[in-house]
Design a protein around this ligand. Structure first.
Ligand SMILES: NC(=O)c1ccc[n+]([C@@H]2O[C@H](COP(=O)([O-])OP(=O)(O)OC[C@H]3O[C@@H](n4cnc5c(N)ncnc54)[C@H](OP(=O)(O)O)[C@@H]3O)[C@@H](O)[C@H]2O)c1
Length: 252
């Protein structure tokens, strides 16, 4: 890519989330030079304002080299809480390159009194819970994780995805292609109309996809909730305003 802005305040945002896009917008009027990075997973990604590069860096070493070659002053890792590999790579690459790193990570959801959560540590454990208790399942874990459920033939799955999955799928399923945000009324209707008795979700957090949880609670539907993967220790914030302040202080 050519035409990158001047090096002095150049920041890389590792993105693919609403928070990353919001941060790019929030920095638009600050004089901070922002480059956003996307993995290139979805066919028609929502793009942030400003320059965008797309595709992997080639592991932590490739990222370290890219940061140095492009004279990056700071990195904000605003990737999804379940994008564990890029978060690990960002921690290693910035440490090796001596570049400040901020993790921007939205708060996880936490259960209220009406919620019927079965918390599990990872996706294989979620699949085990589904095999044990599901008959009609709404699966919202995302395209990349569908394959984990492929062997379950005792349940019917409504699989909600943005782009069609490429992995093997469970024998009894229907695909529902859609992208949030979702509201309470439409999520309740979806659960009711499809006789769903089990919702499976990762604990992504955030308001855009939260309505399925209150809808499930209202209908007395169990939720298999996959906990977030562990992350390396880092300076972290959970909102875009705090990330902007951190950058402004650093680059002042
Ligand atoms: N996982 C989810 O549930 C989820 C949900 C919504 C959005 N997303 C977004 O989708 C993207 C991919 O997620 P993932 O779970 O597949 O990631 P991942 O498993 O942590 O990363 C796998 C590889 O994809 C590349 N990559 C990931 N994010 C990148 C980024 N923002 N810019 C450039 N390269 C990136 C890296 O390749 P190299 O090693 O070659 O650098 C990384 O090693 C992320 O941007 C994430 O924010 C993920």
């Amino acid at each position: 890519m050519t035409g990158y802005p001047r090096a002095s305040t150049r920041v890389l945002i590792l993105g693919g989330t609403g928070e990353a896009r919001a941060l790019a917008s929030a920095l638009d009027d600050t004089g901070i030079d922002v480059i956003s990075s996307l993995a290139g997973r979805v066919q028609n990604p929502r793009l942030p304002v400003g320059p965008v590069r797309i595709g992997g860096f080639g592991g932590p070493e490739g990222l370290r080299k890219w940061l140095l070659d492009n004279e990056i002053r700071a990195v904000v890792d605003a990737t999804h809480p379940f994008a564990a590999t890029i978060t690990r790579n960002a921690a290693r690459a910035t440490e090796d390159a001596g570049i400040p790193l901020l993790r921007l990570r939205r708060e996880p959801w936490s259960p209220g009194t009406a919620d019927r959560w079965i918390r599990v540590p990872d996706l294989p454990s979620a699949a085990a819970e589904v095999a044990r208790r599901g008959t009609r399942v709404l699966l919202t874990t995302g395209r990349q994780d569908v394959g984990v459920f492929a062997d379950i033939d005792t349940a019917w799955f409504l699989i909600r995805v943005v782009d069609p999955p490429t992995a093997a799928l469970p024998p009894n399923h229907a695909l529902l292609r859609s992208r949030g945000p979702y509201d309470h009324a439409s999520e309740s209707a979806l659960l009711r109309d499809n006789d769903i008795d089990l919702l499976v979700t990762k604990n992504s957090g955030g308001a855009l996809t939260e309505a399925k949880l209150s809808a499930a609670a209202d209908l007395g539907i169990d939720v298999v909730m996959v906990d977030r993967p562990a992350e390396p220790d880092s300076t972290a914030v959970s909102d875009v305003g705090a990330a902007r302040e951190w950058l402004e202080r650093l680059l002042d």
